[in-house]
Design a protein around this ligand. Structure first.
Ligand code: AMP
Ligand code: ZN
Length: 114
C-alpha cells in the first residue's frame, strides 16, 4: 500500500536490517529496540490490523509464528525465552498500521506487560 512504511521496507524502498525474507514474509530488526533481540515479522501483504485478517490469511498468520520460532533459534533466545507481541489498534500501542509480530528476547520480561 502506497505510503505504508512496512510495505516500503518489504519492497526495499526503505532500508532496514533484514533478518529473514521469503515470498510472503519479511523480518527486520526494530529501529528502536526494546530488548537485545527485537525483530519485526511482517507479511508482504498489507493487512492494517489483526481485525482485518480473514480466513484466507490463516496460513500466512501461522507462518509468521513459525518464522518467529526460527529466528528465535537463530538469534539464540529460543531456550532462554522470548515474547511475541502483536499490538492491535492504538489502545494496545499499535503505531504502524501494517500487521507485524514483535519478537523480543535477550532479557527478562515481566507479567503483566505494561
Ligand atoms: P507497534 O507500536 O506495535 O505498531 O510497533 C511498531 C514498531 O515499528 C516500533 O517498535 C518501531 O520502533 C518500529 N519501527 C518504526 N519504523 C521502523 C523502521 N523504519 N524500521 C524498523 N522498525 C521500525
Ligand atoms: Zn503496508
Amino acid at each position: 500500500m502506497e505510503g505504508c512504511i512496512f510495505c516500503r521496507i518489504a519492497a526495499k524502498e526503505v532500508q532496514s536490517k533484514i533478518a529473514y525474507e521469503d515470498e510472503e514474509v519479511v523480518a527486520f530488526h526494530d529501529i528502536n529496540p526494546q530488548a537485545p533481540v527485537h525483530v519485526l515479522i511482517v507479511p508482504r501483504k498489507h493487512i492494517p490490523t489483526l481485525n482485518d485478517a480473514g480466513e484466507e490469511d490463516q496460513a500466512l498468520l501461522g507462518k509468521m509464528m513459525l518464522v518467529a520460532q526460527k529466528l528465535a533459534k537463530e538469534l539464540g533466545v529460543a531456550d532462554s525465552g522470548y515474547r511475541l507481541v502483536l499490538n492491535t489498534n492504538r489502545g494496545a500501542g499499535q503505531s504502524i498500521f501494517h500487521i507485524h509480530l514483535h519478537l523480543l528476547g535477550g532479557r527478562l520480561f515481566h507479567w503483566p506487560p505494561g
